[in-house]
Design a protein around this ligand. Structure first.
Ligand code: SF4
Length: 113
């Protein structure tokens, strides 16, 4: 996820100064049109595509592993916060030893009992 944010910031840092420079060469109506198309086409749309690819690539890990039910798992970064490592479908950084249910799972267990 950090990669998505990083490249969005980089694209923004490139596009906005270019648009600022273009402002003195184009009339206002054309500049607004170019700005809106540029911001959407170069900043927003690639970020959305990149985010979708990230979710597709990590969908199984986020939804269908032991880590996905653990309180130490940060699904936005697909990261084990306790071990500071990225779990995969075949690799659990703690081998399941440090697994702890999410607090929402804990409260659900209380009602189940
Ligand atoms: S503590 Fe273990 S189960 Fe929990 S997120 Fe980290 S590797 Fe996964």
């Amino acid at each position: 996820m950090g990669e998505v944010v990083f490249w969005t910031i980089i694209r923004t840092a490139i596009v906005l100064p270019l648009l600022w420079v273009l402002k003195s060469y184009l009339n206002v109506d054309l500049w607004w049109t170019v700005s809106i198309i540029s911001v959407y086409g170069v900043i927003i749309h690639p970020a959305v595509i990149h985010y979708r690819l990230f979710n597709e690539k990590n969908e199984e890990i986020i939804e269908d592993t032991l880590c996905s039910t653990c309180e130490h798992f940060d699904k936005t970064a697909v990261l084990c916060l306790k071990h500071d490592e990225h779990p995969t479908r075949d690799y659990l950084p703690c081998d399941g030893i440090d697994w702890s249910p999410k607090s929402s799972d804990k409260s659900q267990n209380v009602f189940d009992e």
